[in-house]
Design a protein around this ligand. Structure first.
Ligand code: SF4
Ligand code: SF4
Ligand code: FES
Length: 230
């Protein structure tokens, strides 16, 4: 099968180019296997990966126009030629490796930890099964960035709009019965950009390889803000 892969080394190349590779594709092969074969053919080719199981979130790439996690994307889904590019809207470090600093900064900005006002219990903070179930569809995020890097609002304002991943995380803690930081969390999300720059285009939902719903989470935060303001 023919694969066209984005190549660019900002230190040595005047501009990016696409390079074609023909790879012997076998049944059950994932896109990461193809990238590894390309790497074996040309060791200067750079991409990120680690676990190979859809857990570490490091091998997000853009395939035929959609953001995908390479290790859990079957090659059989695609028509030739398969065009593989880095995530859109991110500065390229080399080939498929992009700078995700803004993405991590936005994650950090939502204080992704439990905040407690009461003393921390000696053993566990218990939850009912229903309280625990509220976190399903939120905790599974592997921080791959497929959502935020497919979001036009994040492309244009990565320093001001928190983006779907960070907002999903914000809701993950707001929805947690053990968290006691609701007021300060909502205050921190106020303003025209951080939350409200989402235009509900839903690229993020389509891109998520874990089938999560950042747009839904953003809606829940907006509703909670509304409820608190009346
Ligand atoms: S729904 Fe909001 S967060 Fe998701 S892609 Fe669209 S603008 Fe971005
Ligand atoms: S919400 Fe989905 S697409 Fe976004 S970072 Fe988490 S796992 Fe990846
Ligand atoms: S290599 Fe870890 S998620 Fe794909």
């Amino acid at each position: 099968m023919r694969f066209e892969v984005y190549r660019y080394n900002p230190d040595t190349d005047a501009k990016p180019r696409m390079q074609a590779f023909d790879v012997e594709v076998e049944r059950g092969m994932m896109l990461r296997d193809v990238l590894l074969q390309i790497k074996a053919m040309d060791e200067s080719f750079a991409f990120r990966h680690s676990c190979g199981e859809g857990v570490c979130g490091s091998d997000g790439v853009n395939v035929n126009g959609s953001n995908r996690l390479a290790c859990i994307t079957p090659v059989a889904e695609f028509q030739e030629p398969v065009v593989i590019r880095p995530f859109p809207g991110r500065p390229v470090i080399r080939d498929l490796v992009v700078d995700m600093s803004d993405f991590y900064q936005q994650y950090q900005a939502v204080d992704p930890w439990l905040k407690r006002k009461d003393p921390v219990p000696e053993q566990e903070s218990l939850q009912t099964p229903e309280q625990r179930a509220r976190l399903d569809g939120l905790w599974e995020c592997v921080m791959c960035g497929c959502c935020s890097t497919s979001c036009p609002s994040f492309w244009w304002n990565p320093d001001k709009f928190l983006g779907p991943q960070a907002l999903l995380t914000a809701w993950r803690f707001l929805a947690d019965s053990r968290d006691q930081g609701e007021e300060e969390r909502l205050d921190a999300l106020d303003g025209p950009y951080k939350l409200f720059r989402c235009h509900t285009i839903m690229n993020c939902v389509e891109a998520c390889p874990k089938h999560l719903n950042p747009t839904g989470a953003i809606g829940h935060i907006r509703n909670l803000m509304l409820k608190k303001s009346v």
